[in-house]
Design a protein around this ligand. Structure first.
Ligand SMILES: Nc1ncnc2c1ncn2[C@@H]1O[C@H](COP(=O)(O)OP(=O)(O)OP(=O)(O)O)[C@@H](O)[C@H]1O
Length: 253
């Protein structure tokens, strides 16, 4: 396993009085893809959102336990959440480009974080991000057209390029292919595979085939509990827990 980038210890999450996650502890390695799988409602998205404090935006939500990024407590009150979300980027289920040009979709983050001095540097960030997202060739002649005019798959790669543009350390993906057709899905999966060379990626997926294709480690959640985590191959061929076995063989979920 690569060095640990994100570590959660005894994480509990409550929505009002209802507890959604119970004592979740997991280490997530850099330069790798970790898949979170499990039946609907088991807490995958809730856990993913803990990692960049997106749960802060849900009023009833309370998180306890320790979550660190490079050893630093991300729930430390002195931590700047805007900066955290630049370091821990997120790609959502449904592509959500800003209602702006393709160029502006990428340039927005670097601009608010002061990452470019002048137009030439910004142009370079936009090009590099689009190249890393495998989209440059498709959009280089239409950078001033609206991002919302791209196909669904292109929009999702635009959102991935937007996440990359601020040089995050971690990229969280919440079912990033669920709104895409099989060809666009394959492209995004290829992209995830390339991105893992530079980023720590955590992906929630309903597709066990996708988890098997893209991830090196898989975590299986059930009823708010992290039942088992390990190398993807082991989880799919030789799970230790009966619940994992039942899920991957299609007995429930
Ligand atoms: N904003 C919210 N307010 C109240 N309860 C919530 C909220 N979001 C999630 N929950 C509850 O927390 C539990 C975990 O939900 P979560 O969305 O994390 O599961 P999931 O595994 O990602 O599910 P799915 O695969 O269906 O997306 C569920 O019981 C859900 O109803």
């Amino acid at each position: 396993m690569n060095p640990i980038r994100v570590s959660a210890k005894n994480t509990n999450v409550f929505y009002g009085a209802k507890q959604a996650l119970f004592d979740v502890s997991i280490d997530i390695a850099e330069r790798s893809v970790t898949a979170l799988i499990g039946p609907s409602g088991c807490g995958k998205s809730t856990f993913l959102r803990c990692l960049n404090r997106m749960n802060d935006t849900i009023e009833s939500c309370r998180v306890t336990g320790d979550i660190t990024l490079d050893g630093r407590d991300i729930y430390d009150p002195s931590l700047d959440v805007v900066e955290l979300r630049a370091r821990v980027g997120m790609v959502f289920q449904k592509p959500n480009p800003f209602p702006k040009s393709i160029y502006e979709n990428i340039a927005y983050g670097p601009r608010i974080h002061g990452l470019a001095r002048g137009k030439a540097e910004m142009d370079a960030i936009v090009e590099t991000s689009l190249r890393k997202a495998g989209l440059w060739e498709e959009v280089k002649d239409r950078l001033n057209e609206p991002g919302t005019g791209l196909s669904g798959g292109q929009q999702q790669r635009l959102c991935i390029a937007r996440a990359i543009a601020v040089s995050p350390e971690v990229i969280l993906m919440d079912e990033p292919c669920s709104a895409l057709d099989p060809i666009a899905t394959a492209k995004v999966e290829e992209l995830i595979d390339e991105l893992k060379e530079n980023f720590c990626i955590v992906i929630v997926t309903h597709s066990m085939q996708q988890a098997a294709r893209v991830s090196q480690r898989t975590a299986f959640f059930h009823l708010g509990i992290l039942v088992e985590v390990g190398p993807t191959e082991h989880i799919f061929t030789n799970p230790k827990d009966q619940r994992t076995h039942d899920y991957i063989t299609g007995r429930f979920g």
